[in-house]
Design a protein around this ligand. Structure first.
Ligand code: B12
Length: 214
């Protein structure tokens, strides 16, 4: 049986030759791939990490079934353009938005963003894994999953908001698990090692402090 293709997109600007590695989507992929059923059923394509021409990106895609967008103030507009075009070409592709730019008050959000299926509020590892597992079921019902806003015909269905208790030290590091290997081969100079080795204290109640031992 062929695997379902998952794309994750955490794009950033290029500063000269300096680029950021997509750590947030990297850690999500790393966690998901630590679950057997997900590894057996899904293929994670290389993370998108640069703001490339939207049309060219869509043309290069290989049958995306799930597409996750990591959204911050510097890439939200780009993400929306890309997501809309992905949905136009692949209407059955599940479009998920997470990250700090996602409004917690999501009432009315889908009216202007019909091409987005799910918003994730807070940490994304467990939510994304549960979404992928649900995606495999014949009668998918994402409203069973915590910390989501679900697009139900343009209306927002917000699920229970609850902080998870995932031990972040048990997630394989995306730096060490090979997830970034194809990106690192490219001729850029990379910035991101800070996050994996430093305590990031978060003011956002739903986002876990990321302190990993590597
Ligand atoms: C470290 C950091 C930096 C470092 C980055 C170092 C590096 N090499 O990566 C530096 C100092 C360079 C930096 C710069 C800036 N930063 Co900064 N930074 C942070 C900080 C402290 C941690 C970010 C991080 O890596 N977290 C760990 C990752 C794993 O967590 P995460 O990104 O939240 O992702 C989780 C969830 O959001 C969710 N999620 C995210 N994406 C997705 C996608 C999907 C599909 C799903 C399901 C879930 C999901 O799941 C993830 C895993 O749990 C945050 C504040 C914070 N405490 O979070 C601010 C923060 C991200 N930065 C912010 C800002 C504004 C900036 C600057 C614009 C500041 C400036 N004026 O220059 C620049 C922009 C840099 C750029 N990227 O172009 C804002 C963003 C606000 C917004 N709405 O987008 C934040 C939130 C701070 C704040 N509260 O205002 N930053």
């Amino acid at each position: 049986m062929s695997k379902k293709n998952v794309y994750l997109c955490q794009v950033n600007n290029k500063y000269g030759d300096n680029v950021f590695l997509p750590y947030s989507t990297g850690i999500i992929a790393s966690y998901c791939l630590s679950i057997d059923r997900i590894r057996e059923n899904f293929e994670f394509k290389d993370n998108l990490f640069l703001k490339e021409d939207v049309k060219a990106v869509v043309e290069k895609l290989d049958k995306p079934e799930v597409f996750g967008f990591s959204s911050y103030i510097w890439n939200f507009e780009y993400n929306k353009k890309l997501a809309e075009q992905v949905k136009n070409k692949y209407p059955d592709c599940l479009i998920i938005f997470g990250g700090h730019q996602i409004p917690f008050e999501s009432e009315g959000f889908f009216v202007g963003h019909k091409y987005i299926d799910l918003l994730i509020h807070g940490d994304g590892e467990e939510a994304m894994a549960e979404i992928l597992l649900e995606f495999l079921l014949p009668n998918k019902n994402f409203s069973r999953i915590k910390n989501l806003s679900v697009n139900v015909n343009g209306k927002t269905l917000k699920t229970e908001i609850k902080k998870g208790d995932l031990d972040i030290n048990k997630i394989p590091s995306p730096y060490l698990s090979g997830l970034f290997d194809n990106i690192i081969k490219l001729s850029y100079s990379f910035s991101n090692l800070l996050t994996d080795s430093t305590l990031i204290s978060s003011k956002k109640p739903l986002v876990t402090a990321h302190m990993l031992k590597i």
